[in-house]
Design a protein around this ligand. Structure first.
Ligand code: DOR
Length: 439
């Protein structure tokens, strides 16, 4: 007779929907089948997790994996490998690949490429353009699609919807929550000479200044309200946007990134130069502190990494000819666990931000909570482990992290996806059996 469970995780402090409880979790046929005392039950595989915490699988709802088109800096294998090493069980991947994901064919191509090569579960964004606006209602409902992404300001790649009329057309087609990169294109163009004259990355937060972000965020929140569409404002970076978004309609969700919560200007540019260049930029401590106020008062609903790898060689050009973006999918959890240990947020709040809220806001089926019937996605962490993040731990093709040399307390020690242990003690295990997320 086969054992009643495929995997039992024993004795951990588990973050359940109603609080942290020391218990066992049994997984059968890929799903959570039992939560309770399973001391003596038979199981194919067991993990003795005493002293560890179990979180529902961490969902990183903003990553750029570069396939197709720029596999020299990332592909779906390396990006998802980085994810599971960092305790991430599912990702939403962005459409600014080459070609951009703006058609049903491009989406289907990504799904085909991911099959048998992705180590974690995944969904892909479709990119909005003025040209495909009318097709978005159909595109956003395709299997494996997490929704529509809009770039209001130019960043990496060619995707751009800058004008209010075009934005209104994009919003008129479809009903799902759409994600926005909010920087005002006109102001970016107007201020680009600041970056060119400086030829120094310290000018990055001045070129792409707080007003550039605030203007776009105000515009998109107004347009979304007029269209009655739920909107997800990605990587919010300024104190002024946080104040504006505080108390906004529940239809507005707000993402911040670990790097904007951790790094500050000018120090990050002094320390690592253009490796710290991203859009929207890392800003000074006043803004960083305001993001923490947003985490504390509930304005922030999601933490995503905005994993955006570029090679060192690409980053070594002269600013502003250097690409914006830094890797982050592998460091999201260690960095945030360190903030938990420093008392900046509770573990339960972190779980909301990286698991239950992304699942709820985007309507992911079977994810986002350690609950009977949900997929057996678990992230096991050692909250007391002091570890130093180093470039040689990084699985991303880019081979570096902005957090190289940083010692953190708190580390992912195992990643379980639908009952399969795919990472244990910094080693990738089993096979790449990632599957499309269901909505
Ligand atoms: O810094 C960034 N890098 N911001 C973006 O919006 C895009 C990303 C990338 O894809 O490189």
């Amino acid at each position: 007779m086969s054992a009643p469970f495929d995997l039992v995780v024993r004795g951990a402090d588990c973050v359940l929907p109603n609080g942290v409880t020391r218990t066992d979790i049994g997984i059968r046929d890929g799903r959570i089948a039992e939560i309770g005392d399973l001391t003596n039950v038979a199981t194919e595989q067991a993990i003795d997790a005493k002293g560890l915490h179990v979180l529902p699988g961490v969902i990183d709802s903003q990553v750029h994996f570069r396939e197709p088109g720029n596999e020299h800096k990332e592909d779906l294998d390396s990006g998802t490998r980085a994810a599971i090493l960092g305790g991430v069980t599912a990702v939403f991947e962005m459409p600014n690949t080459s070609p951009a994901t703006t058609t049903a064919e491009a989406l289907s191509d990504k799904l085909t490429r991911a099959k048998g090569r992705a180590w974690c579960d995944y969904a892909f964004y479709v990119g909005a353009t003025p040209e495909n606006a009318g097709d978005l209602a159909e595109l956003e409902r395709l299997p494996g699609c997490c929704g529509v992404k809009v770039f209001m300001g130019s960043s990496t790649g060619t995707l751009l919807v800058a004008d209010d009329d075009d934005l209104a057309n994009v919003m008129a087609s479809g009903t799902r929550r759409f994600a926005v990169h909010a920087e005002d294109e006109d102001r970016l163009i107007e201020r680009k000479p600041i970056a060119e004259a400086a030829a120094d990355v310290h000018a990055h937060p001045d070129w792409r200044d707080p007003e550039t972000a605030l203007r776009a965020t105000r515009r998109i929140v107004g347009l979304a309200a007029a269209a009655d569409r739920p909107v997800h404002v990605l990587h919010v970076t300024t104190a002024e946007e946080m104040a504006f978004l505080n108390g906004h309609s529940t239809k507005v969700s707000v993402e911040v990134t670990p790097q904007h919560l951790t790094l500050t200007a000018p120090e990050c540019y002094d320390d690592i130069g253009t490796l710290a260049q991203m859009n929207p930029p890392i800003r000074d401590a006043r803004h960083r502190d305001a993001l923490w106020v947003g985490v504390a008062n509930g304005t922030v609903t999601v933490i995503g990494s905005d994993h955006a790898p570029h090679t060192r060689e690409e980053k070594s050009a002269t600013y502003p000819n250097t690409p914006s973006g830094m890797p982050g999918v592998q460091t999201l959890l260690p960095i945030m666990l360190d903030h938990v240990n420093a008392g900046r947020l509770t573990l339960e709040r972190l779980v909301e931000l990286v698991s239950s809220n992304p699942a709820r806001l985007f309507g992911i089926k079977g994810k986002g909570g350690v609950v009977k019937g949900n997929d057996g996605d678990l992230t096991l962490v050692d909250l007391s482990a002091p570890r130093t993040i180093t470039d040689d731990w990084i699985a991303s093709r880019c081979g570096w992290t902005p957090f190289n040399g940083r010692t953190v307390t708190g580390w992912p020690v195992a990643t379980v996806i639908r009952g399969r242990v795919v990472m244990r003690d910094d080693e990738v295990m089993d096979k790449p059996t990632g599957a499309p997320l269901r909505f």
